[in-house]
Design a protein around this ligand. Structure first.
Ligand SMILES: [Zn+2]
Length: 325
C-alpha cells in the first residue's frame, strides 16, 4: 500500500493586490484555482498542506532579471503604468510578482526534494511571456524561469518544462534557448499571440533540439491536445531524462476560455497531467511542480486544476497503484 500522497498548495492573498483595471487576469482567478487544488487533493485522498509563501529575494530574481530592470518595474508600479496595452504594473503589482516567483521556487524545490507529489503554486501575475528585460503579455517576472535558476543553485542539472498554456511561452523559450540542460515542450494555438513557437524553433547552438513547439489549430480539442502530448512531447521529455519537472499550467486552452479558440475540457488537462505524472514515476522524480499561467474562465480554471491534481497523482501512482508518491 503506497503512502498517502502529499499535495502542497503555495499561494498568498498578497497576489490579489495586483489590480490591472478592467482586465481578464483578475484576482478572482486565485480562488478558482485554490478551489481546484483543494477539490483535486480531496478527491484523490491526498494530504493537503498550505505552507507560508515567501516573496523571492532580489538575489533570487536577479538570476533571471537584471537589477536595473527590476528597479524600473518598481518605479513604473508606484505610478501605475501600462507597459503595453495588455500589461499593467501598479502599486501592489511588484509585491504580488515577488510572491508569485517565491511560491514557484518553493513548489519546485519541494517537488524536486520529494517533499510533495504535487506542489501547485497558485499565483498571479503569470510569468511565461516575461523575458530577462521585458514584461509583457500580462507577465511581469518569469516565475518558472526563476524556479529553474533556484533548482540550478540547488545543484539540479537537467530540467524539463511542460507548458500547456494556450499561448507560446516566448519569454521562457528566450531565456533557455541556448541551455542544453533544459527541455521546453509547449502546445499552443496557432495563429495566436505572441506569434512565436514555430516547430522550427528548436534551440540554439549546443541546445539545438531542446525546444519543442507543437501548434494546434483553432477548434482543436481533447483528441489533438492529448495526442500532441502523448505521441510527441511526453516521449521527448522522457528521453531527455530530466531530474526535475516543472509545469507552466495555463488553462486558456479550455473550451470555455474567452481569450482563445481551443476546445480542451477538464478531462483533457487531466489526461495530460496523468502522462506527466507517469514520466515522474518512471524516472524516479520525487514530485511535479506547477505554476499557474493563464486561464480566464473561473469555472474552467477550478475544474481543470482539480483534474490536473487528480491526473498527476494517478500518473505518479501508476497503473498498478504501486508507485510511491
Ligand atoms: Zn495563455
Amino acid at each position: 500500500m503506497a503512502d498517502v500522497p502529499r499535495v502542497l498548495l503555495l499561494t498568498d492573498p498578497g497576489m490579489a493586490r495586483h489590480l490591472p483595471p478592467g482586465h481578464p487576469e483578475r484576482p478572482e482567478r486565485l480562488d478558482a484555482a485554490i478551489g481546484g487544488v483543494l477539490e483535486g487533493a480531496l478527491a484523490a485522498g491526498a494530504l493537503l498542506e498550505r505552507p507560508a509563501v515567501q516573496a523571492a529575494e532580489p538575489e533570487v530574481l536577479e538570476r533571471v532579471h537584471p537589477a536595473a530592470h527590476l528597479a524600473a518595474l518598481e518605479e513604473a508600479g508606484r505610478a501605475g503604468t501600462w507597459i503595453d496595452p495588455d500589461t499593467y504594473v501598479g502599486p501592489g503589482s511588484m509585491d504580488a510578482a515577488r510572491l508569485a516567483a517565491g511560491a514557484t521556487v518553493q513548489a519546485a524545490l519541494a517537488a524536486y526534494q520529494g517533499r510533495a507529489a504535487v506542489a501547485f503554486a497558485v499565483v498571479r501575475p503569470p510569468g511565461h511571456h516575461a523575458a530577462a528585460r521585458r514584461a509583457t503579455g500580462f507577465c511581469l517576472l518569469n516565475n518558472i524561469a526563476v524556479a529553474v535558476m533556484a533548482l540550478r543553485a540547488a545543484g539540479v542539472g537537467r530540467i524539463g518544462i511542460v507548458d500547456w498554456d494556450v499561448h507560446h511561452g516566448d519569454g521562457t523559450q528566450e531565456l533557455f534557448d541556448a541551455d542544453p540542460q533544459l527541455v521546453y515542450a509547449s502546445t499552443h494555438q496557432w495563429p495566436l499571440y505572441p506569434g512565436s513557437g514555430l516547430p522550427g524553433e528548436r534551440g540554439s547552438d549546443a541546445a539545438e533540439g531542446t525546444m519543442h513547439n507543437l501548434l494546434l489549430p483553432p477548434g482543436a480539442g481533447d483528441e489533438a491536445f492529448v495526442a500532441a502530448w502523448g505521441e510527441r512531447l511526453v516521449p521527448t521529455l522522457e528521453d531527455f531524462a530530466p531530474e526535475a519537472l516543472l509545469v507552466s499550467a495555463g488553462y486558456d486552452a479550455h473550451r470555455d476560455d474567452p481569450l482563445a479558440n481551443l476546445l480542451v475540457t477538464d478531462a483533457g488537462f487531466g489526461a495530460v497531467a496523468e502522462m506527466v505524472g507517469g514520466i515522474a514515476r518512471r524516472l524516479g522524480i520525487g514530485g511535479v511542480a506547477l505554476t499557474l499561467e493563464g486561464g480566464y474562465d473561473l469555472a474552467a480554471i477550478h475544474g481543470s486544476v482539480a483534474a490536473t491534481v487528480t491526473g498527476l497523482l494517478r500518473g505518479l501512482r501508476g497503473p498498478d497503484g504501486a508507485g510511491s508518491a
